[in-house]
Ligand binder design. Sequence first.
Ligand code: ARG
Length: 461
Amino acid sequence: MSQSPQPWSQRFETALHPAIAQFNASIGFDINLIEYDITGSQAHAQMLAKVGIISAEEGDALVKGLEQIRQEYRQGQFNPGLDDEDVHFAVERRLTESIGDIGKKLHTARSRNDQVATDVRLYLRDRIRQIQVDLKAWQAALIAQAERHIDTLIPGYTHLQRAQPLSLAHHLLAYFEMAQRDWQRLDEIYHRVNICPLGSGALAGTPFPIDRHFTAELLQFEAVGKNSLDGVSDRDFAVEFLCAASLIVMHLSRFSEEVILWSSQEFSFVTLSDRISTGSSIMPQKKNPDVPELVRGKTGRVFGHLQAMLTLLKGLPLAYNKDMQEDKECLFDAVITVRACLEAMTILLAEGIEFQPQRLSAAVAEDFSNATDVADYLASKGVPFREAYNLVGKLVKTCVSEGILLKDLSLERWRSFHPLFEMDIFEAIAPAQVVAVRNSYGGTGFEQVRQQVIAAKNLLV
Ligand code: ARG
């Protein structure tokens, strides 16, 4: 321990008020960064030795001492508490305790400001790659279900009103596309995260002859930040990540909402397995869709972190301000939440949900979602579409008032509406046919969907 009552300098005479020490400390959460802090420090020490700011032996001792702290931490033997303001001080303190005065050389030509910016980038870089893997697992689950349900029909909705029937696979593959964009977004952000701020110093650089490119290379950064002020002040990479994270959970939340609706008695399109549902403490008949409900709920949390990070940054003058210590919990919680949601929804889709094809095909046969096809039928025989559309409107109105469906009309009645109707109208309005004919590129026609499944599978390998 230093002789000062504080880790930072002899300028201070009295110790911090205990409540203020607690208020000020980030060790409770930035301990999450410890391995990145150690790795960053090892690279810094190697660089110091390479350019001759410290000797090769000193560099070696620092690297080894840091490695030992990593092992101690992994084995539960190093548990910094409130005595250490943050993880950076904790590691430096332990290093000096364990290897002696050489440890005090580690912080040459460095500040906690460029150090913490480096740690956060190293942390996020790894987490982005992990979330990309999670997204692929989610996509694989979507494809597996889609493959099973190319020929299963499901009502398609707009305004939550029956619109046109769909191949269930087509519906699921819509989520595949969203996940694909989520994956790409992370991939793009990755390259802006992967830039090295180390060597920016407190804000202005350093008079020591450091080699920032060497450090960056050791840490496998793609580039070195060009402006030291920006290097310690920039958190827009974190905002971008939180935005990407928000979009991921927003997509999961929409799917969750559908699963919740589908599992209701009113829809009964799916059943959820006992392994992923829970009961009520009072109503014995209940089986609740907790997983999608929680995903929908946790989505709000991630959105909140994005808002918090933006608000945190908006009024900050350059360069580092202590406000920025608040960036970490947002990030950590967003990462944990997104990963947990992806995992839970992947399990739900892979092994916790059963679509009910019979109920689904009954559903698509009991509505007017084939009305567009009647208009298309006449339009393909030369009737102007708008005229056909108006006529079908009348037809639907008649059916509704009689409590019947289009398929219940006799050919005679069809003809009384328009002489161009022939026997093949019955086939044209059958739900499977309604789906099959929508073979335009990207449409729900079975042939299209078969190709979409193949294309999606190819993207995953
Ligand atoms: N614990 C601080 C944080 O997370 C580290 C940087 C402190 N820098 C400073 N100048 N006080 O932001």
